[in-house]
Design a protein around this ligand. Structure first.
Ligand SMILES: Nc1ncnc2c1ncn2[C@@H]1O[C@H](COP(=O)(O)OP(=O)(O)OP(=O)(O)O)[C@@H](O)[C@H]1O
Ligand SMILES: [Mg+2]
Length: 262
C-alpha cells in the first residue's frame, strides 16, 4: 500500500512553510483517512478512478468532500466518516429503504450502504439526464464523482452564488426537478440552495443519498416542503414564485398525497 502522503494531499510538502495549512491537513488526515479509508482510496487509485486527493472542499461532522486529480481532470471524492454515531443523513424514510436493500447489522455497514446508495442514485440521475455530478465509482465509505468547478475552485453553492437572472434559475430548477421526478422517479428529499451548486448560470443537484422513490408515501410532502423553501429563496432574488405552481410545474401535483388504502 502506498504511503498516505503519496495519495492524500501530496502537494502539502511543497507548502511546508505554511504551518497553519500543514496543521489543518494533518488533522484532516487523522479524522478522515483512517487505515481502512486509506486502503479504499488506494484501491480506487489502482482501479484508475483517481491519482490523488488534493485538498478539502468542504468538511463537516458526517463527511468531507475533497478535490482529486485524475490525469488532466479534476474529480470530487466524498468520504463519509464511519465512527460517527449521530448521523443526521439517515432520515427514517430513507433508512427503511436501505435496510430493505441490504442486510446492515452495524453502523459501519449502514454508512457503506449509504455511500453505495448515493452512487446508485447519481447513476439514475445521469441516466435520466438530470444535471448532477456524474458518478465514477465507490468503495466502502468513499465515493468518486465529477468535480463541478474549474482550476480556480469548486462551484459555489446556490446559496452563495450571484444569480443574474432569477427567472432563468426558476426555469432551470423546474426542468431538473421535473426530470428527477418524471424521468428518474425520485424525490430529492433535502433539496435546498445549500444542496444545489450553481455553475455557468446553471444548477447542479448534489447530496442525493436521501432521495426516495416518487411512489413513497412521504414523497409528496417532502417535495412540497423543499419547493416551498425554494420558492422563498427565489422570491428574495426578486422573482416571486407560488409554491403550488412550482409543484405542478415539476409534475408533483400528480403524486399521491397519502399511502394507498389497503
Ligand atoms: N461534485 C462536487 N463538485 C464540487 N463541489 C462539491 C461536489 N460535491 C459536493 N461539493 C461541495 O461539498 C459540499 C458538501 O457536499 P454535500 O452536500 O454532498 O455533503 P454533506 O455531507 O451534505 O455536507 P454538508 O452537510 O456540508 O451539506 C457542497 O456544499 C459543495 O460545496
Ligand atoms: Mg449537503
Amino acid at each position: 500500500m502506498p504511503r498516505a502522503d503519496q495519495l492524500v494531499f501530496p502537494s502539502r510538502r511543497e507548502r511546508w512553510e505554511d504551518r497553519r495549512k500543514e496543521g489543518t491537513h494533518r488533522k484532516l488526515l487523522d479524522e478522515f483517512f483512517d487505515h481502512p479509508t486509506l486502503l479504499a482510496v488506494s484501491r480506487l487509485v489502482n482501479q484508475g478512478l483517481l491519482d490523488s486527493v488534493d485538498f478539502p472542499i468542504s468538511t463537516g461532522k458526517e463527511g468531507g468532500v475533497f478535490r482529486a486529480t485524475r490525469g488532466t481532470e479534476y474529480r470530487a471524492v466524498k468520504i463519509y466518516r464511519i465512527g460517527n454515531t449521530t448521523f443526521r443523513h439517515l432520515p427514517p424514510y430513507a433508512l427503511e429503504e436501505l435496510r430493505q436493500q441490504t442486510s446492515v447489522r452495524n453502523f459501519g455497514g449502514l454508512i457503506i450502504g449509504w455511500t453505495r446508495r448515493e452512487h446508485t442514485i447519481l447513476s439514475r440521475l445521469a441516466d435520466a439526464g438530470v444535471r448532477a455530478p456524474h458518478p465514477y465509482g465507490h468503495l466502502r465509505n468513499v465515493l468518486v464523482m465529477e468535480f463541478i468547478g474549474d482550476e480556480r475552485g469548486a462551484a459555489p453553492r446556490l446559496k452563495d452564488a450571484v444569480v443574474e437572472d432569477p427567472a432563468a434559475l426558476y426555469e432551470d430548477l423546474v426542468a431538473q426537478i421535473r426530470a428527477m421526478l418524471t424521468g428518474a422517479g425520485l424525490v430529492h428529499g433535502d433539496l435546498s440552495p445549500y444542496n444545489t451548486l450553481y455553475w455557468q448560470d446553471r444548477v447542479v443537484l448534489i447530496d442525493v443519498a436521501q432521495a426516495i422513490r416518487s411512489d413513497h408515501p412521504q414523497a409528496k410532502a417532502l417535495l412540497e416542503r423543499d419547493l416551498t423553501h425554494y420558492a422563498k429563496f427565489i422570491g428574495r432574488l426578486g422573482y416571486p414564485v407560488d409554491p403550488a405552481d412550482f409543484l405542478s410545474a415539476v409534475g408533483g401535483d400528480r403524486l399521491a398525497a397519502k399511502p394507498a388504502e389497503e
